[in-house]
Design a protein around this ligand. Structure first.
Ligand code: GTP
Ligand code: MG
Length: 206
């Protein structure tokens, strides 16, 4: 498995529309989760950077797909948060569609990271997102974020419950995470290295 230095990650571009995505080459791992669960904060903690991805107290802040280069061939991607109630329905649908289009159409996508607030994991929208990942067959890693909001015992209990719910699902892993306490950062980096190291199977000669 290759090692990646996430502290070298740099902002590459932000896309409101599909034609603005970088060319579909190399390897990407994308973060998708409910609005305000801590996607951008998780990327910042993993990259050991305060402001690489913009984190904010205002939910719905990340409203475009943001691409970060880890190196010339490997990218991390911050997808717009889903489920933010305070935007017009039409705009919300547009962003949800935008996220599903990315997950289902992006050939270089090798892994999904789905952060969920540990106090409210596996909401209906999270389950829709997970089904979308499972249908496309990309390995999926769940971060139970804001673990610092619970006692260690309650956090471990939540982790066990989510694991129990997902026992049937192949290629799905889950861990505790806190961007504030930097808990689980090393484990998340390790998982990301594994996902980014995956190669496409060589094409069979026809
Ligand atoms: N206590 C605690 N707060 C956190 C943690 N991670 C993020 N937050 C807070 O949660 C809020 C949202 O964090 P973001 O990282 O902006 O969340 P996001 O999922 O990127 O949000 P959108 O892009 O708006 O969908 C901010 O106020 C963060 O400071 C954490 O591990 N612990
Ligand atoms: Mg964000």
């Amino acid at each position: 498995m290759a090692k990646f230095d996430f502290s070298k990650a740099v902002y590459a571009c932000a896309a409101h529309r599909q034609h603005q995505w970088p060319p579909d080459r190399g390897v990407e791992v994308a973060f998708a989760g409910r609005s305000n669960v801590g996607k951008s904060s998780a990327i910042n903690a993993i990259a050991n950077h305060k402001q690489l991805a913009r984190a904010s107290k205002t939910p719905g802040r990340t409203q475009q797909i943001v691409f970060f280069d880890v190196d010339a061939e490997h990218r991390l991607v911050d997808l717009p948060g889903y489920g933010y109630a305070n935007v017009p329905t039409q705009l919300r649908r547009h962003w949800q569609r935008f996220v599903t289009d990315y997950v289902t159409q992006r050939a270089c996508l090798r892994g999904m990271v789905v952060p969920m607030d540990i106090r409210r994991p596996l909401t209906e929208l999270d389950q829709t997102m997970l089904r979308c990942c499972w249908q496309t067959g990309v390995p999926t890693h769940i971060l139970l974020t804001k673990a610092d909001k619970l006692t260690r015992a309650r956090a471990n209990q939540a982790l066990a419950e989510v694991r129990r719910t997902l026992t049937e699902q192949p290629h799905t892993t889950v861990q505790l995470f806190s961007a504030v306490k930097r808990h689980g950062v090393a484990q998340a980096r390790e998982i990301l290295c594994g996902l980014l190291s995956q190669r496409l199977l060589p094409q069979q000669p026809s």
